[in-house]
Structures are given as structure tokens and as C-alpha cells.
Design a protein around this ligand. Structure first.
Ligand code: ACO
Length: 319
């Protein structure tokens, strides 16, 4: 049996940090409100000249280094992103050119905050089927570009960043299962309604969110999908080594950990310093915990996320 295994991880956060104290000077909010409702204390923002591909390139190079893989050896490059540099070509193709890879299949996945989970699962299918041997899978977003910095309902939540993994064919277990879902009936709860036509932007280009409804929906579908993922692998939540959740809100993460009977010590948390980096948040958290030594080879991980669409999903893997 062919498995796909993560052979290296990498991530990148832009230098500029925006704290809750900085936000207090921009909108009518407080550090206390933001921390109590979300757990977020600061977030990183891309510099004006930095685009999503710049963030992705840094994360990609670090993951390739960690895996000991050359970019020319990649058969597949997928980026989960909602903030591509251009309408087309895809950010994955832009990244491919920068890395000097010629000929690998390359494309973007648009599943908002679930983008990395979707991308990881797609790469896994190609590797398990024997079609490809080495994939580079990323979540990368400069979500701050889609945020109205005068809207306190949304601007306190988001940050920018990128995370990457190299996935390779292996006879040893790696990804055990993935569980992906979407329901477009909820399209208006979280959306950027803008479209480009006749050379102009139509509709609003900023994030619109019904926060409370999003919160309830996220807690419900994440609890369902983690149960589904555990059942498929005949696992108990308490036997997981690590939960690596999408980092949107500490209260959503705590609710999911509770469903899993997993103490918070076994949950990787970056939301406090990263905010919600959309598709980047899961691979960023993964890389942080791999590099600081918490996540070790052989550990069982559950990755989960939910985002606009709505889209949601979970991946169970042996690291
Ligand atoms: N500072 C101060 N007050 C604020 C702020 C702010 N930044 N934002 C909203 N408020 C006010 C509201 O105006 C409201 O005031 P009112 O009662 O006078 O009308 C009050 O706070 C309560 O607002 P609620 O929206 O009910 O607050 P809630 O407890 O739901 O928290 C939050 C809001 C943090 C947005 C929460 O709903 C949430 O996290 N939802 C999930 C959103 C999310 O994670 N989106 C990310 C993308 S999707 C995903 O990744 C899952």
C-alpha cells in the first residue's frame, strides 16, 4: 500500500506585527474585548510590496529544505489561497516559476480557511493512486488585503502568513484519512462579494461576516467532522497526540477539544500571536509545533478547519 507522508514542513510570517493596542487606536475596540472573545493578541501583516506568492515562497523553501527535496523533484504543487496575486495564472504557477520547477502539475484551491485541508487531501489522493511521488502543499494568504480596517467586526480577527508541507510517497503510514465537506447554502454568512468584469471591480471587495452565525456553524460542523474522522479510524479523541486546528478563535478551538476529550495541552495554539491567517493557519501551526519539538515522528495528528463557502474538513495522519 502506498501512503503519503509529510517529509518536511515550513512556514513564514511577515515581519510587521499589529497588536491589539495598535487596533485600539484604529477602531472602537479594546484588548480585553478581543482577547476574551477570540484569544487573539497580535497578528502579522504583509508589507505593502509583499504578495501571497512572496509569503508562499519563503514557506515553500523552508519545507523543501526540511524534507531534503529539490524543487525540480516535485510532481505536484497546490496552494490553498483566497488571496491570489493575480486572477490568473494561479499562485501555484507563479511559485513554480520562482522555485525553478518545470512541468509539475500546479494549481490553486479556493476553499478559504479550509484550503490547506482540501489541498492536502487532493495531493494525498494523487500520491496514494501512484500518479505522483512528491507534492508541495501550501496554505498561503494575505487576508489583511480583504479586510476593511475601519470595520471592528472583522479587522481584529485576521492576519497574514504561509505554511507548507512536502508530501512524499511512502510504504509507512502517513495520511490515514481525510473528510471534506461543503454547503453553499451558507454562502452569505462569510463572503467577499466582489467580482471583476469589464476591467472593473464590481461589488464590495471587503470581508462581510455574520460573526455570531459563523461561530455557531463552525462549532457544529467541526464537532461533526472530528467525530467522523475518529470513527473512520476507530480512534478515541483521547488517544490523539495532537490536535492541529484552524486558528480562527480560541473559543471554537476549545469547544472542539472538549468534544474530543482532549486536554488543551495537546492542542497546538498559535491564534494568540497569528490571528486567523485563513488557509495558512493549519500548516503554520503544524510547522511551529514540529520545529519546537512537540510534534514527533510517529505521533497521531488530527487537523481540522472550516471556512467560507461554507467548507470544512479534517485529516488524520501519522506524522
Ligand atoms: N470590539 C468591541 N466590540 C465589538 C467588536 C470589537 N472588535 N466587534 C464587535 N463588537 C460588538 C458588537 O458590535 C456587538 O455590540 P452590540 O451588542 O452593541 O451590538 C457586541 O460586540 C457583541 O457582538 P457579537 O457579534 O454578538 O459578539 P460575539 O461574542 O459573537 O463575538 C466574534 C464576535 C468574535 C466575531 C465571534 O462571533 C466569532 O469569533 N465568530 C467567528 C468568526 C470567525 O472566526 N470568522 C473567521 C472566518 S471563518 C472561520 O475561520 C471559522
Amino acid at each position: 500500500m502506498i501512503y503519503s507522508r509529510i517529509s518536511g514542513t515550513g512556514s513564514y510570517l511577515p515581519e510587521k506585527i499589529l497588536t491589539n493596542a495598535d487596533l485600539e487606536k484604529m477602531v472602537d475596540t479594546s484588548d480585553q474585548w478581543i482577547v476574551e472573545r477570540t484569544g487573539i493578541r497580535s497578528r502579522h501583516l504583509a508589507a505593502e510590496e509583499q504578495d501571497t506568492c512572496d509569503l508562499a515562497e519563503m514557506a515553500a523553501r523552508r519545507a523543501l529544505d526540511a524534507a531534503g527535496v529539490e524543487a525540480s523533484e516535485l510532481d505536484l504543487i497546490i496552494i490553498g489561497t483566497t488571496t491570489p496575486d493575480r486572477v490568473f495564472p494561479s499562485t501555484a504557477c507563479l511559485l513554480q516559476a520562482r522555485l525553478g520547477n518545470h512541468g509539475a502539475m500546479a494549481f490553486d484551491i479556493q476553499a478559504v480557511c479550509s484550503g490547506f485541508i482540501y489541498a492536502l487531501s487532493i495531493a494525498d489522493q494523487f500520491i496514494k493512486a501512484g500518479t505522483f511521488k512528491r507534492a508541495l502543499v501550501l496554505g498561503a494568504d494575505s487576508f489583511s488585503r480583504l479586510v476593511d480596517w475601519t470595520d471592528r467586526n472583522t479587522c481584529v480577527l485576521f492576519g497574514d502568513g504561509a505554511g507548507a508541507v512536502v508530501l512524499e510517497a511512502s510504504s509507512e503510514p502517513g495520511i490515514l484519512s481525510s473528510h471534506l465537506h461543503a454547503d453553499g447554502a451558507y454562502k452569505d454568512l462569510l463572503t467577499v462579494p466582489a467580482k471583476i468584469a469589464q476591467g472593473r471591480l464590481h461589488n464590495d471587495g471587503f470581508t462581510k461576516m455574520q460573526g455570531n452565525e459563523v461561530f455557531k456553524f463552525a462549532v457544529k460542523v467541526l464537532s461533526d467532522v472530528v467525530k467522523e474522522a475518529l470513527a473512520a479510524n476507530e480512534l478515541e479523541g483521547s488517544t490523539l497526540d495532537w490536535l492541529v486546528p484552524h486558528q480562527a478563535n480560541l473559543r471554537i478551538i476549545k469547544a472542539t477539544a472538549k468534544k474530543l476529550n482532549l486536554p488543551m495541552e495537546r492542542v497546538v495554539l498559535t491564534v494568540s500571536e497569528h490571528g486567523n491567517t485563513s488557509a495558512a493557519s493549519i500548516p503554520l501551526a503544524l510547522d511551529v509545533a514540529v520545529r519546537d519539538g512537540r510534534i514527533q515522528r510517529g505521533h497521531t495528528l488530527l487537523l481540522e478547519g472550516v471556512g467560507g463557502g461554507f467548507t470544512w474538513g479534517a485529516v488524520v495522519l501519522k506524522f
